[in-house]
Ligand binder design. Sequence first.
Ligand code: GLV
Ligand code: MN
Ligand code: MN
Length: 415
Amino acid sequence: VAFSTADRVAVRAMVDDLVASLRGHGASAGGGVTRLVYSQAWAAAMAEIEGWLGSAGLEVRVDAAGSRFGRLAGERPQVVMSGSHVDSVVGGGAYDGALGVAMAACAVRWLRETAGRPRLTLEVLANCEEESSRFACNFWGSRAMLGLIRPGECDLLRDADGVTIGEAMSALGLVPDRIAEARRDDVCAYVEPHIEQGPLLERLGLTIGVVDRVVGVRQLRFELRGEAGHAGTIPMAARRDALTGAAELVLAGEALARDLGQPAVATVGALRVEPGGANQVPGRVDLTVDFRHVDERVLAGMEEELRRRAAALAAARGLELSVEPRLGQRAVDLDGRLCALLEASCRRAGVRWQRMPSHAGHDAQLLATRWPSAMLFLPCAGGRSHRPDERADMDDVVRGVEVLALTLHELAYEA
Ligand code: GLV
Ligand code: MN
Ligand code: MN
């Protein structure tokens, strides 16, 4: 099988259209999207995806977590799955996640039309949650598929408004008590297409990144408690200001990652000050540190050091400190055979590629712990991601759909 010029034109129109229509659900300023899991925008995006999957001739199914699947039944029940997530960060881009869903839908549609019924079954995945931007989910849809959601979790995870994830599911007609039914034991391969979210492919003039390792990600939630009070009357020497302590912690995280050097990174992206008035000494600060490294031993060392520095600065300032993990996923090697298949497809499609690690977290890194998994990356304009002006070039994307389709063909038809 190979793409004709007409196929390229058709795929380009379709993938462009799918990404553009998803962008409309949760549209935010500057062309970006805010599409939090189980929100109205998310539900509308999922309804739209169901429509495309159906019109591509696929059997559509919703699992107990709310992920959508478009199935092309093969002679055998084992499933080759491809797709990505539909939720976004707050003020994120239109490509992170959505592009991968659109690419998988186009690739499987093309295979159905060109090659007919596969030996193994093909499924397009529109995964419900990856970003943990509303709840500290840690890959909700993927954990549901692996049967890793713990009893009671639906009542424990709360968003910033105090809504539990179970309540958010129920509001959309999902049944939290049935989440265990989302478990899958029939998947034999997972291939996730995704925008790179970094600058490497563009800088090197390459079309595809074959991802062979995904970075380890941890997030710790720190709470510093001092004493709130009047900004005018409390002398500096008598203060226990939670925010000045937090400021030291922010800088300690930055210094730790800088001193270790690339690829260590540490970010404080969320911080809340209470009571929060301009004339009040801050009594309490909540912040998260997100830190990453491809080497789990280094990552563990970073965590130990962050905890140590936080304890020391809190003690020196007379602040109370609590620390708890928000989420985390281990660094993982992706499947060698699938990476080699992706490379062979790149050669056949005549595109320039390189192997590379991912410095962003992805569902594939969790799914890879159970299923052979791989990822292909597409160039990202200026490396800009998790912001509204994220963009992928449609010529690259069409080549990416071709590489994906050739790979899925090898896996599902030649098996
Ligand atoms: C997800 O995009 C992450 O890397 O945090
Ligand atoms: Mn993301
Ligand atoms: Mn993503």
